[in-house]
Design a binder for this molecule. Structure first.
Ligand SMILES: [Zn+2]
Length: 542
């Protein structure tokens, strides 16, 4: 048989966690057709050959926690998301943290447009309301990489209830359930929640369980940006670390709904939270042993991107713009932020100020911004919040450790058997970047696998591919195995890495030689193959 492509001379790290082995990989019609023993290689012919001598052949990396569904509906999204392909990412699961572009109700699309500015490259025409319509739109437009999708609880709640901060009526709850049911029928892989953000922060466990049950009935998963990732928060009133209570809350929701729970980006925010890592992981294990299908994910950095709104309490979330415009509101907000003033000054970095005239402040920490603006750090934070229309993007630090220092919490989470890898990055062409957009998987395989030996290569690749595909119901993806999609990354285990960090985030990765999406080369000899290459597919629930 004549194959389309054969990758010769490499070592296969197949994504299952099994030990690496020597084989040539043959591709035909977008799929892996055969694994060929090196002894039989002479009998194999293909239209194209890739020399992988000295290199590893792995499944393309799967980012199971993405916000880039907000960038996809523009035809040039491949240009924006190019750094994902360059680091070997061939698939992402969008719609995370409750905030998805589908399903939505048409009447609310303008409202979602406003909140979407955080994640979107620019405004787009909403051509859909449901997940089927979104998928059809993407199929018509083309996709630079493979995409699966979660229905976001926040988008659904805003669609049904607007900015109403109350509990849903029975009728509203039924309307939300109907949207989840329809999204699952349209191929969504599950339901996402963002309980640190409005409106997720308003939702009680009973509401979440009622919706998760619908996703579970269709075979989907529940992902959750938890209510709290720090030992103390505004959400609980208890001496038990709040991040542990937040895990417990969602594990109980998952138990009640009978749904697999994926705890999103299990970070430990702030120094005193780092000490809770062992107890938090024990809490996860306790629920696992008690029958809850629970797992979690991490990214390999001690900083992460989010909205400037994250620091404001629930009572201020609706009408935040108005509060920032009144002197009384300003005073009340100041008082709320006072206890976190030092964290804001030293550990919150402005990524995107929205207003071009403030772009010189991007990349600075709020302590520096305060000096620039001759304000104190809290007033500087409130000023940027106001001037950006509360849409500014920030990079928060002290997540599970600090740069070039103590990372024991991060490493304990990364190497845990229930951990999977993800990026959680917001990538647009605006502002200061998140290093995760450029270097997540190369950093895992270079720094944590080769240099620190925190995990084996096989284990790390498994958490980034086969384990992720299974967890997120992606069907025949994530393994180098006949019949599976020919999503491949071919890299040098001796040189793979990326020096991107919070100060200089836009560093190209090293050691990634070739990347293929459904059998098409999207990166060859370390270089992006260019604009207009739409090799990706919409992935419905497998
Ligand atoms: Zn999140």
């Amino acid at each position: 048989m004549e194959y389309d492509v054969v990758v010769r001379g490499g070592v296969v790290v197949d994504g299952s966690g099994a030990p690496r082995f020597r084989a040539d990989v043959a591709i035909k019609d977008r799929k892996i057709a055969a694994l060929i023993d090196p002894g039989d290689a002479a009998n194999v012919s293909a239209a194209r050959e890739i020399d992988a001598t000295g290199l590893a052949i792995a499944p393309g990396f799967i980012d199971l926690h993405s916000h880039s569904d907000w960038v996809l509906p523009i035809a040039d999204h491949g240009q924006i998301l190019k750094p994902f392909l360059l680091q070997g990412v061939t698939t992402f699961v969008g719609g995370n943290c409750g905030f998805s572009v589908a399903p939505v109700m048409r009447a609310r699309q303008r409202m979602l447009d406003e909140s979407g500015r955080l994640c979107a490259e620019r405004k787009f025409d909403w051509d859909w309301d449901d997940v089927a319509g979104f998928a059809a739109y993407l199929k018509r437009q083309g996709l630079a990489l493979n995409v699966a999708h979660l229905a976001g609880h926040g988008s659904i709640r805003l669609s049904v209830m607007g900015a109403d901060a109350g509990e849903p009526s029975a009728e509203q709850l039924r309307a939300m359930q109907t949207m989840v049911e329809r999204a699952m029928a349209d191929g969504a892989v599950g339901l996402s929640t963002g309980l640190g953000y409005f409106p997720g922060m308003i939702a009680k466990p009973a509401e979440l369980a009622a919706l998760a049950r619908v996703a579970a009935a269709a075979g989907g998963v529940l992902t959750s940006h938890l209510r709290a990732y720090s030992a103390r928060s505004l959400f609980f009133d208890s001496n038990v670390p709040h991040n542990i209570l937040a895990v417990r809350e969602m594990a109980n929701v998952a138990r009640e709904a009978g749904v697999p729970l994926q705890v999103s980006h299990l970070i430990f925010v702030g120094r005193r939270t780092w000490a809770t890592v062992d107890d938090t992981l024990a809490e996860v294990e306790r629920h696992k042993n008690d029958g809850v299908d629970i797992a979690f994910d991490t990214f390999p950095y001690t900083c992460g991107n989010t909205t400037i709104r994250i620091s404001f309490p629930a009572w201020a979330q609706t009408g935040l713009e108005g509060l920032l415009d009144s002197s009384d509101g300003w005073k009340r907000l100041r008082a709320e932020l006072e206890p976190t003033g030092r964290y804001i000054a030293e550990s919150v970095q402005l990524m995107w100020a929205v207003k071009p005239e403030l772009s010189h402040l991007e990349g600075m920490f709020f302590g520096q911004i305060a000096d620039e603006l001759r304000l104190d750090p809290i007033d500087a934070y409130l000023t940027i919040a106001r001037e950006s229309g509360t849409r500014a993007r920030v990079l928060n630090h002290l997540y599970s450790g600090y740069d070039y220092g103590d990372e024991h919490a991060l490493r304990a989470a990364m190497k845990h058997p229930l951990n999977l890898f993800e990026m959680d990055t917001i990538l647009t062409s605006h502002g200061h970047h998140n290093p995760a957009s450029f270097g997540t998987y190369p950093r895992i395989l270079g720094h944590y696998v080769r240099e620190l030996k925190l995990l084996t290569l096989e284990d790390a690749v498994h958490k980034a591919t086969g384990m992720a595909a299974k967890r997120m119901r992606l069907g025949a993806r994530g393994l180098v195995r006949p019949g599976y999609a020919a999503d491949l990354v071919i890299f040098d285990p001796e040189t793979i890495g990326c020096g991107a960090d919070a100060k200089t985030p836009t560093v190209a990765p090293a050691g990634i030689e070739h990347v293929m999406v459904n059998g098409s080369a999207v990166v060859a000899d370390g270089k992006w193959c260019g604009d207009g290459l739409m090799a990706g597919e919409w992935i419905g629930r497998g």
